[in-house]
Write a protein that binds this ligand. Structure first.
Ligand code: TRP
Length: 450
């Protein structure tokens, strides 16, 4: 059956949208804090390996699946095999949970953008940490910033102006990249930078545990926007002649480069200024002001950086809200406007809980985590990998990896050097088995010890 569906004007449109979705707080905020918590370079090595072996492999699967079915998440599963509809639902739940805390962090970034006017000079590292702690734990201000961020996300998706925002933001992304390069140089030349470099680049493999593997796996899905239909949905807009293997390598490559550089900014500064690398979600926010403070026109650089970070976060957030809204439209026949407003509002309300769990509600715990960390850990460490596993199995075994390979190569018209390896080995066995092994090792069933 021929379905007409609007496609991106060109392949570059897909790359813009997918890179906009992938590059965001996951690279600048989440990645460095996980590196800091899970042993530095050892985490980095595991992460890079998983990007290659699982990330790119699943990315190709999701894009092909999306372009073939021309549907978003749940619809895509259904159109191949009705019984698998619930598989798409895991991803929708993940997106819902992720956006509720993602928007809170987006709000923090807005707050730090405004800090440019007062300046980023805190008296000392402790003062920077105190500032962050006092802000995020206060009951009102971070909720208002979260509301601003979520409001902007709802506004964009409601008005269907994603394309405009994506184009606009992707013109700005080279600026973010240049800024990141400048900050990298500044940080690497700080006195005492080498200790941070060592932490970040010299692996101590004894630090690798099942927990580290799982955190790295979850972060790969998180940072590449895999496992909830963001990339699948964008794939559904990809033109029939576009080159799936190419776009599926370029986007992860850019995303990985940005994350890697974020670490090169943060860790030298962490050690140069005596911050705690394993402090968790405050790491980037506490450390970056010290880097801005150490450069001429630091307020300007800092303000520009957080402005661009908010933009990058917005293009990721719209790709999180879109599949959740699409689900309500497709499954329950809601109008688009109703779906965006209602789901966006519920996500905002859940996010208020996440924000308050940094302060007044910090005593309320779920499986030992406050509500924010519970959302972050459950979605990242469980829902995304499970959904990624299910998608890989579905593409390889239900839809069929031969069919997938035909889609990925435009019926053989495109050269995909490792296509056979991808179809017969990687997506069929390596990715699903690796994800399963990481799960089992993280709950102690398969021991990892080196
Ligand atoms: N990848 C984005 C980031 O790193 C976040 C994101 C957008 C995401 N869409 C997603 C994460 C889908 C998981 C699934 O900031």
């Amino acid at each position: 059956m021929e379905q007409s569906r609007e496609t991106f004007g060109s392949q570059i449109g897909f790359i813009f949208a997918a890179a906009g979705s992938a590059i965001g707080l996951g690279n600048i905020w989440r990645f460095p804090y996980l590196v800091g918590m899970y042993g530095g370079a050892a985490f980095l090595v595991v992460y890079l390996a998983i990007v290659l072996i699982v990330g790119v492999v699943c990315f190709i699967a999701e894009v092909s699946f999306g372009r073939h079915t021309r549907q978003s998440n749940v619809g895509a599963f259904k159109s191949v095999n009705k019984a698998w509809a619930p598989a798409g639902l895991i991803g929708i739940l993940a997106g819902f949970m992720i956006l509720s805390f993602y928007s809170v962090v987006g709000g923090w970034a807005i707050r730090y953008f405004f800090q440019a006017f007062a300046g980023y000079s805190f008296a000392d590292p402790a003062a920077s940490a105190d500032f962050f702690g006092a802000f995020v734990s206060s009951p009102l201000a971070p909720v208002i910033y979260h509301g601003l961020f979520m409001g902007a996300t709802i506004y964009i998706v409601y008005n269907g102006i994603q394309d405009g925002i994506e184009k606009y933001s992707n013109i700005m992304m080279p600026a973010l990249f240049v800024l990141i390069l400048i900050l990298t140089v500044r940080s690497l030349t700080l006195p005492g930078a080498h200790e941070g470099l060592e932490f970040y680049l010299k692996p101590d493999f004894s630090r690798i545990t099942g927990e580290v593997l799982l955190a790295a796996l979850g972060q790969v899905f998180f940072t590449l926007s895999l496992g909830m239909g963001s990339i699948l949905t964008y794939g559904s807009y990809l033109g029939k002649d576009d080159n799936i293997p190419y776009v599926s390598t370029v986007v992860p490559l850019m995303d990985t480069l940005i994350a890697f550089l974020a670490g090169l900014i943060i860790f030298p500064a962490v050690f140069a200024y005596g911050f705690q690398p394993d402090q968790g979600g405050g790491l980037a926010f506490v450390t970056l002001p010290a880097v801005f403070d150490a450069m001429p026109a630091g307020n300007l650089f800092g303000g520009a950086f957080f402005f661009l970070l908010v933009l990058a976060a917005l293009t990721s957030a719209i790709s999180l809200l879109e599949p959740v809204a699409a689900y309500m439209i497709e499954e329950y026949g809601w109008t688009r406007n109703k779906a965006v407003l209602i789901m966006g509002t519920i996500i905002f309300v859940v996010g208020i809980g996440a924000s308050l769990s940094q302060g007044v509600w910090s005593h309320i715990t779920f499986f030992g985590d406050n509500f924010f960390d519970f959302l972050d850990n459950t979605s990242g460490n469980i829902l995304l990998p499970v959904s990624g596993l299910v998608t890989a199995i579905f593409v390889a075994w239900v839809w069929g990896s031969d069919n997938a390979l035909r889609e990925a190569t435009n019926d053989g018209a495109i050269k995909f050097a490792w296509g056979n390896l991808w179809a017969n080995v990687l997506i069929k066995y390596v990715a699903p088995i690796l994800i399963t092994v990481v799960f089992l090792s993280s709950i102690g069933i398969i021991p990892v010890g080196i």
